[in-house]
Design a protein around this ligand. Structure first.
Ligand code: SF4
Length: 471
């Protein structure tokens, strides 16, 4: 019950009631988490010990294909979508890794969090390395690679849980490879757990519902009193009603980016948006369809043959380093594998740097140079970055459905609609951000010209992916 209600001013909204329901039904949420853990374990363990599907296998009669569809066709794209629509409810209510790391931390050593783990660059580095490694071993195609990448991450989460913190999610807060991406997308969510500072102060003398304040265990270590946005909160609901000061509340989807972005923006978020989501991730989606990749490979292979250096053309790398499934006619030579890594990194550098230059020019239009302003403006690209990753991941969904002859004539229209919506959303956020730094329309309009050019660069990646490379 909120403090406002206690004073008889206002009944709790439906949304507040939903938060309170989650607070009261923690054990139900925990039970749901264990069901998800069981399904997740089944889907990553069982296909890894089964034979690979042959040409007659279908989604509905082959567990490996079904698991591939569930993980990469549904789970991943829709988890990303859920971040924008519901905040990090996935993390707090459904994520098996979060549940397992917290469980391990209940019985573990409870050590203090080491200094190295608090480094702000982990979300970017972990995302980049996982994305590249996933492509090296073809994680979207092969169950052994899924077991290695997802299972490895889960084991690491449990080890970190067993070593550090007590009933905490230290892994999620500092090392999870997608924590940074989730934290960016959740800033667009239309609701969050809001802290009423007056009510919090009042609780020092009046307590909670007139009683002693009951301490809250916020597993992802959010500093409750100072919580302003939704980026770090896992939406588990445990703190709903805490000190009569915290309640699930509606907000404008622009609020966190526009109003809090100046204080929250930092170089690692900018790196993750520009070089991660709009760079390395694009490279990971592009290389399988890129005609440039094929042309470059032929040039390098020809050069190696001309110089009688033949070992890079051998496919002797083990499957956990580079894709190696001879029975599927799918093997990477050392040249293939190195080129995949190089192509993804080069794409990341080209796109990231082009976008950085355009944003810097846009930020420069708003007055004397201030790096904070650049980082703030970069946050306005979150919608286009998020939609891009959704489109890239859902390309796997589309190709799996196409193999089953599902009619997909509507996909192009949907892709264009999503891209158009994300462009408008990003431009609107950027316009609002420019308004924080300049009141005159002239500098704001000039800044927007550069920002729209940045949007065009981001869009070019999707033009190439879905239309350009297929010519
Ligand atoms: S702030 Fe912490 S306790 Fe409160 S809902 Fe978010 S994750 Fe749960």
């Amino acid at each position: 019950m909120s403090s406002m209600m206690q004073q008889g001013v206002q009944a709790p909204s439906r949304l507040q009631q939903a938060g309170q329901w989650m607070q009261r039904h923690g054990s139900t949420i925990r039970a749901i988490q264990w069901v998800v853990v069981a399904v997740y374990a089944f889907l990553i363990l069982v296909p890894a010990v089964m034979p690979l599907p042959d040409g007659s296998a279908h989604l509905w009669n082959n567990l490996t294909l079904a698991a591939q569809f569930v993980f990469w066709g549904i789970w991943w794209p829709f988890v990303l979508l859920s971040m924008v629509m519901l905040g990090r409810v996935w993390c707090g209510v459904l994520c098996p890794e979060g549940a397992l790391t917290e469980f391990a931390s209940r019985f573990g050593r409870g050590r203090a969090i080491p200094h190295w783990m608090r480094w702000g660059g982990w979300p970017f580095v972990a995302f980049g390395l996982t994305t590249i490694y996933g492509q090296m071993v073809s994680v979207y195609q092969y169950p052994k690679a899924v077991l290695l990448v997802l299972g490895g991450s889960t084991v690491a989460a449990m080890i970190i849980g067993a070593l550090y913190g007590r009933e905490k999610r230290v892994w999620c807060k500092y090392l999870c490879p997608v924590n940074g991406v989730f934290s960016l997308l959740a800033r667009l969510a239309p609701f969050h757990y809001k802290v009423n500072e007056d009510a919090w102060r009042r609780s020092y003398t009046k307590g909670e519902h007139g009683h002693r304040v009951i301490p809250i265990n916020c597993a992802p270590l959010v500093p409750l009193r100072n919580m302003k946005g939704a980026s770090d909160c896992h939406m588990c609901g445990r703190c709903s009603g805490h000190r009569d000061a915290i309640a699930l509340s509606w907000r404008s989807p622009a609020e966190e980016v526009v109003n809090l972005g100046d204080k929250a923006a930092n170089p690692w978020d900018t790196a993750l948006i520009l070089y991660g989501l709009l760079g390395v991730a694009i490279g990971a989606f592009h290389w399988t369809v890129s005609t440039w990749f094929v042309d470059l490979k032929q040039i390098f292979a020809g050069w190696l043959i001309d110089h009688d250096i033949l070992w890079p053309l051998d496919a002797t790398a083990p499957w956990f380093l580079f894709t190696h499934y001879p029975e599927q006619n799918d093997v990477f030579s050392w040249l293939d594998g190195t080129m995949v890594i190089g192509y993804i990194i080069a794409t990341g550098l080209v796109y990231g740097t082009a976008l950085l230059a355009l944003l810097a020019a846009g930020a420069g239009m708003l007055g004397a140079w201030d790096t904070k302003r650049l980082h703030h403006l970069a946050l306005a690209l979150i919608p286009i970055a998020g939609v891009g990753v959704f489109l890239g991941l859902s390309a796997t969904t589309v190709s799996l459905l196409r193999a089953e002859h599902v009619p997909l004539g509507w996909v192009t229209g949907l892709r264009l609609g999503l891209l158009a919506g994300a462009n408008v959303w990003s431009a609107w956020l950027a316009w609002r951000v420019t308004g924080r730094y300049a009141t005159n329309l002239g500098p704001r309009a000039l800044s927007m010209l550069w920002f729209v050019a940045a949007l065009a660069v981001a869009d070019s990646a999707w033009y190439l992916m879905f239309w350009g490379f297929s010519r």
